[in-house]
Design a protein around this ligand. Structure first.
Ligand code: ZN
Ligand code: ZN
Length: 302
């Protein structure tokens, strides 16, 4: 226990690499930062191998799980599953992303591994038997306007992972690349081979959302290290916003690619939004927001 206590005390305070202070972080400036934008300080607070990582900017189910929108999976995917696929290796067949800490809210890659039903059952028994559940070294860290809860699980499962890769932590001085990810046509990395832009499906954007902070689809995530394939949250920052959200939507979102006929139907306010959405095969919100835009600027070709 003394060894654990000493290690935690040494690691949790600032300048040892695991929790560097903002002032000490290097800020390489070789990246194509959009003109006119000022790079912001990275917001990543660091990971600790023994503490969970559960940020408040992700909304959770009652059981603690959280999901991220993933266009390449046509919906949402659990945060801890994404963390495994992004940082530990691809999940296939019956592979499950499992928690060594038994904390559904956590997506610290140190606490995740790939297993199956049998491992999942054994882990459940293990964590049911650990009393008290949490140790005394947990932390809550401020991250911008949010917090990251980092409780200290007393017991971590020692089950073997189906993936051979061990997570090597994020440190400010070293880029992180995952060789199994697919390239996007514009030089980023993605979880599945798609024809979509890194601005939409980029693995770095998912890493940002998991570890740095909330991300809007129009936010531009840049790499302070200059390597668009890097997934190190210490190197990621929001450098600005898409200058023209509508152009961005038209380019990347098929819901916004409507025919002239479809646009005319929307512009004719005689018919209900829900009926038109059904007829055009788009989400009702698409029709509602286009109509709102039309009301605001009737002469603009929305
Ligand atoms: Zn954990
Ligand atoms: Zn990097």
């Amino acid at each position: 226990m003394h060894r654990v206590r000493r290690r935690l005390r040494n690691n949790r305070l600032s300048s040892d690499g695991a929790f560097p202070s903002t002032k000490e972080r290097p800020m390489p400036t070789t990246h194509p930062i959009p003109p006119g934008s000022e790079p912001l300080q990275p917001s990543f607070i660091g990971l600790h191998p023994e503490l969970c990582f559960a940020p408040t900017w992700l909304s959770r189910t009652q059981r603690g799980y959280t999901s991220l929108t993933a266009k390449e999976f046509s919906g949402t995917t659990c945060a801890h599953r994404l963390a495994v696929m992004l940082l530990l290796g691809p999940l296939e067949g019956t592979d499950m992303a499992l928690h060594r800490c038994g904390n559904a809210s956590c997506h610290n890659p140190f606490h995740l591994y790939a297993g199956g039903d049998a491992e999942n059952r054994r882990d459940k028994l293990l964590h049911q038997g650990s009393h008290p559940r949490w140790g005394m070294f947990g932390l809550t860290r401020l991250a911008g306007r949010h917090h990251v809860h980092m409780p200290h699980p007393l017991v971590l499962s020692k089950e073997a992972s189906r993936l051979s890769m061990n997570f090597d932590n994020f440190t400010p001085g070293k880029c992180v690349r995952s060789a199994w990810l697919h390239p996007t046509y514009d030089g980023f990395r993605q979880l599945r081979a798609t024809a979509m832009s890194g601005e939409v499906v980029g693995a770095h954007r998912k890493v940002y959302t998991l570890f740095n902070g909330p991300l809007d689809k129009y936010d531009i995530v840049s790499h302070a290290c200059g390597d668009p394939t890097c997934l190190n949250p210490f190197h990621l920052f929001i450098s600005g916003r898409q200058p023209c959200p509508r152009d961005f939507d038209v380019k990347h979102d098929k819901r916004f690619r409507l025919s002239a006929e479809g646009l005319a139907m929307i512009a004719d306010f005689g018919k209900g939004s829900a009926d038109i959405a059904k007829e055009l095969g788009v989400h009702p919100q698409t029709v509602v927001s286009r109509r709102a835009n039309l009301r605001r600027s009737p002469n603009t070709s929305w």
